[in-house]
Write a protein that binds this ligand. Structure first.
Ligand SMILES: [Zn+2]
Ligand SMILES: [Zn+2]
Length: 376
């Protein structure tokens, strides 16, 4: 992959530059380096194209965020794969108000061309297991989205025939209508802004110019993703109109409930059942973690039923990439349901010893002693 210059540097603005500042910077570079003003100057043309590419990314809130986070790779799928004249056109449409002014000439006279419009975003819902959230995952998806019809190359006209210039708007795609003092330009109702009409429609796409096509897409889900998070994949939505950029694919994440672990932010809650002796005397026990790794839970002596114990760093990875949450274990103390006579004897003996101990050190009174004291 070729190295690319930083988009902020291309426009000569700071990383935290506001929308207006970016727009102004781009406008100036675009006007100064416009091919009409610099005929034959290849360097100016390159600056002109670079600026359009930088502007297309930095003027789009989502793309800019992607770019800030991941650099050129973050916006690669959209603008990065060879920036076409169409993309530049779209950047212009954005800032100079559609086909018009001095740029109309450069982009082929504007005849037959409507306003560049970004394609619609597509949404898919993706279910992940908690284990996948813990490790991050790559998923291959197959999405169906409209693409240019291969039979008519997207024109919508029967192969061999041509779309005809619209008679109502003369191919401009827009008509002017007077309203009081104003004259309003609106999309031509006859050709719906296309500038052309198809009198002999393509059999495959029925004149639409688009057919639904399946596209394989690989989505990379970073670890620690939240339920309901919308992962945006630039440029993988529906194609744009009139050379506008494609929309984005939005992957909405759902996390399946887990039989053993419950999620609380970055922490995972689970239960462990231990014996009375372990709770009373303390012990280190093995418990499973979400990654399948066995971790050690230290049970302090005197642990009470329902107490929460923490194993640091064995929760979910934090979405920002720094550290992990904790594994929180709710302790259940098992009460035996069947006792042998020998066990019964030992428990009675234990209880006698316990009573004797309490009499010796009456610091901690039981509930019965407390009640008795109250009424005496
Ligand atoms: Zn077709
Ligand atoms: Zn028309």
């Amino acid at each position: 992959m070729a190295c690319k210059r930083d988009y902020y540097e291309i426009l000569g603005v700071a990383k935290d530059a506001g929308e207006d500042e970016i727009k102004k910077a781009y406008r100036k570079i675009a006007l100064d380096n416009h091919p009409d003003r610099n005929p034959g100057d290849k360097e100016a043309e390159q600056r002109f194209k670079d600026a359009a590419e930088a502007y297309a990314v930095l003027s789009d809130k989502d793309k800019r965020a992607q770019y800030d986070r991941f650099g050129h790779a973050g916006v690669q799928q959209g603008a990065g794969q060879g920036f076409s004249t169409e993309d530049i056109f779209a950047a212009f449409g954005d800032i100079f108000g559609g086909a018009g002014g001095i740029f109309e000439h450069f982009f082929g006279g504007g005849g037959g061309r409507g306003r560049a419009r970004r394609g619609a975003s597509l949404r898919v819902d993706l279910e992940l297991t908690l284990e996948e959230v813990a490790t991050g995952v790559q998923r291959k998806l197959e999405i169906t989205r409209p693409a240019a019809c291969d039979a008519c190359s997207g024109t919508g006209a029967r192969p061999g025939s041509q779309p005809q210039r619209c008679r109502l708007c003369g191919g401009h795609g827009q008509v002017e209508r007077s309203q009081g003092f104003f004259s309003i330009r609106q999309s031509c109702p006859e050709c719906r802004g296309q500038g052309t009409v198809v009198s002999d429609p393509c059999g495959k796409c029925r004149g639409r110019g688009l057919v639904d096509r399946k596209a394989p897409i690989t989505v990379t889900i970073p670890p620690g993703i939240e339920e309901g998070h919308a992962e945006r994949i630039a440029g993988q939505g529906e194609p744009g109109e009139h050379g506008g950029p494609p929309g984005d694919l939005v992957v909405v994440i759902h996390v399946q409930p887990h039989s053993v672990f419950t999620r609380h932010g970055d922490d995972l809650l689970t239960q462990a059942t231990i014996a009375f002796r372990q709770a009373a005397m303390g012990e280190t026990v093995d418990i499973p973690s979400i990654t399948g790794e066995v971790v050690q839970l230290k049970i302090p002596a005197g642990t009470q039923p329902g107490e929460l114990l923490r194993v640091r760093g064995h929760g979910l990875p934090r979405a920002d990439g720094y550290g992990r949450g904790n594994l929180v274990v709710r302790v259940q103390v098992e009460v035996p349901t069947k006792l042998t006579p020998e066990q019964e004897q030992l428990l009675i003996q234990f209880d006698d010893l316990e009573q004797a101990r309490r009499k010796k050190s009456p610091k901690k009174k039981g509930i019965f002693e407390k009640v008795r004291d109250m009424f005496q």
